[in-house]
Design a protein around this ligand. Structure first.
Ligand code: AMP
Length: 281
């Protein structure tokens, strides 16, 4: 397995990699969710590149950039064991040198939900992803359904900016109790860790109602809220039942594919999760 830090090193190493090339962008502190993307890329591509970059521009000023967990030696060992060809670990200086001033903004699909709660987040995500795509020039790029809005934002920019690549979205990998794997789960103390299962419980309650025939969007949102209300450590930020294509909230009857999603503070840790009803990403 090769590693690269600078753009020159990345380009030099990339030259020798056969097509089709799969890219898995990550912020590191890898878990089984990340590794599921790596395995999908390994199955479907002749070469696999993983980027590890805690992208400062997608964090708000009050967010956890400084304390975001990092463990590069462990990450490299995990990726080596998965048969990854090349790992790129750019630095903030390398990505955003003095004088940097170019940004990518996706509009409508980036506006609600995470976009509304985290101003500037998707501008940072879209910009870094475009830079990763330009540098690595992958044929396929792998993302997790865990961050469903991010996947939709990236699909939109790939289409709008004519990137010649396929966006592959892989299912959310969960702990045995349903909690979606996330690098941020490390922030949870044991009591909070138990409380954190409430996100998936809320989603599955609404999914069960949907499967039993409930199509009223307000009642599906209420099904999630009722479960969240029973967990004293949970402070919901939003609960959504939105159209899967444009993420506008369903009003009245849900008559097409829907994304159930929520963001919840468990203590000081902000967690997100989602499920798709009647379709797939
Ligand atoms: P991150 O390191 O959090 O930026 O995540 C890197 C990629 O892994 C993103 O495409 C995420 O959606 C994906 N990912 C994170 N957690 C999971 C999970 N539990 N299951 C599947 N994919 C995930």
């Amino acid at each position: 397995m090769e590693t690269a830090i600078t753009l020159d090193e990345l380009r030099q190493a990339r030259k020798n990699l056969p097509a089709p090339l799969g890219l898995v962008p990550t912020m590191g502190y890898l878990h089984e969710g990340h590794l599921s993307l790596v395995r999908a890329a390994r199955r479907e591509c002749a070469s696999v590149v993983v980027s590890i970059f805690v992208n400062p521009t997608q964090f708000g000023p009050q967010e956890d950039f400084d304390r975001y967990p990092r463990d590069l030696p462990r990450d490299l060992a995990l990726l080596e064991a998965e048969g990854v060809d090349l790992v790129w670990t750019p630095t903030p200086q390398g990505m955003y040198p003095e004088g940097y001033q170019t940004w990518v903004t996706v509009e409508k699909v980036a506006a609600p939900l995470e976009g509304a709660m985290r101003p500037g987040h998707f501008r940072g995500v879209a910009t870094v992803v475009v830079k990763l795509f330009n540098a690595v020039q992958p044929d396929r790029a792998y993302f997790g359904q865990k961050d469903a809005q991010q996947a939709l934002v990236i699909r939109r920019l790939v289409a709008d900016l004519n990137f010649p690549l396929e966006v592959v979205v892989c299912p959310t990998v969960r702990e045995p109790d349903g909690l979606a794997m996330s690098s941020r789960n490390i922030y949870l103390n044991p009591q909070e860790r138990r409380a954190a299962t409430v996100l998936y419980c809320a989603l599955t309650a609404a999914q069960a109602a949907y499967q039993a025939g409930e199509r009223n969007a307000d009642r599906l949102r209420q099904a999630m809220e009722a479960v969240l209300a029973r967990e004293p450590l949970a402070r919901p930020q939003y609960v959504s039942c939105a159209r899967l294509d444009d993420l506008q909230e369903w009003q009245g009857e849900v008559s097409g594919p829907a994304l159930l999603s929520l963001a919840v503070f468990i203590g000081g840790t902000r967690l997100i999760d989602n499920l798709v009803l009647g379709g797939e990403l």
